[in-house]
Design a protein around this ligand. Structure first.
Ligand code: PMP
Length: 282
């Protein structure tokens, strides 16, 4: 089955899907998105992704076009039509289409778009990263479609020959990757920044915070200074798309001994065991 798109109730091939040029997503990035992944024909943590979608919508005073349980049914039915075992399910909601003016008129019909794209790349075994200044807005807990700082950060990483960019605040605190969360490991303890509005509260980050103690690792959620991260034994990033990936170089210097470390690899295994567990069920 080819990759599909859904726009306000209509399912077509991705190439045939259209939205208006007056859509406020196109004009103002006035909208939100969510990204979930399927493994072996099952959408993983869809409920958590949709709960975050609802929180993002609320932060922008954006009404959901349908109640959450109906949205979940819509996603599952859409995914079922795709018939692909490994996809990235993308959801986008904008305030709708209207004559261009900054303040939105009331009564707009929101635009809900879903796409289901096959996962084309295998999970990378390791990444290199650079740090970049955090030039984003103050509502990073909201998964807004306004992603220009992310685009530029990824561009800088690619230009530097690195795989990912890590945002660092003016206060010297490491925040998160351009599209993932970050963990540092020191003496067997996992450190990750708090979800205090300066980062997106990743679903995979949450899973790692639940799984780590079950595998005997202590976790500390709090400030992660760049100097500490540079001296860490290990670094790794997490996202639904990438899962768990060790960072072996930061700004051109090796992290630890420059190889994926034992704790990162234990977390890679723990997360993939969790995926097996949830995809094997039902
Ligand atoms: N931070 C940012 C900025 C992201 O874009 C993502 C990807 N959605 C993440 C973290 C990781 O989130 P998740 O684990 O829910 O995919």
């Amino acid at each position: 089955m080819p990759e599909l798109a859904y726009v306000n109730g209509k399912t077509t091939l991705v190439d045939e899907a259209v939205v208006s040029i007056e859509d406020r997503g196109f004009q103002f990035a006035d909208g939100i998105y969510e990204v979930a992944r399927s493994h072996d024909g099952k959408l993983v943590d869809l409920d958590r992704h949709l709960a975050r979608f609802e929180r993002s919508a609320r932060m922008l005073d954006l009404p959901l076009p349908m109640p959450l349980p109906e949205l979940e049914r819509t996603c599952r039915e859409f995914y079922r039509q795709t018939e692909l075992p490994e996809v990235i399910l993308y959801l986008q909601l904008t305030r709708g289409a209207a004559r261009r003016q900054h303040a939105a008129p009331s009564g707009l019909r929101p635009t809900l778009v879903l796409t289901s794209r096959a996962v084309t790349k295998p999970t990378p075994p390791r990444f290199s990263a650079i740090t970049v200044p955090n030039n984003r807005w103050k509502m990073c807990a909201c998964k807004s479609i306004a992603l220009l700082p992310t685009v530029l950060a990824k561009h800088a990483a690619a230009k530097a020959g690195a795989d990912e960019a890590i945002f660092v605040g003016d206060d010297g605190l490491v925040l998160e990757g351009a599209s993932d969360n970050i963990f540092a490991v020191k003496s067997g303890v996992l450190f990750t920044p708090a979800a205090d509005g300066r980062i997106l509260e990743g679903i995979t980050r949450g899973r790692i915070l639940e799984l780590a103690p079950k595998h005997g690792y202590r976790t500390i959620v709090g400030p992660l200074p760049l100097d500490f991260a540079r001296e860490a034994d290990e670094l790794f990033i997490t996202s639904s798309v990438l899962t768990v990936v060790p960072i072996v170089r930061l700004d051109g210097r090796p992290v630890g001994d420059g190889q994926p470390g034992p704790v990162s690899l234990a977390m890679v295994k723990a997360y993939w065991d969790f995926i097996l567990e949830v995809t094997g069920a039902d």
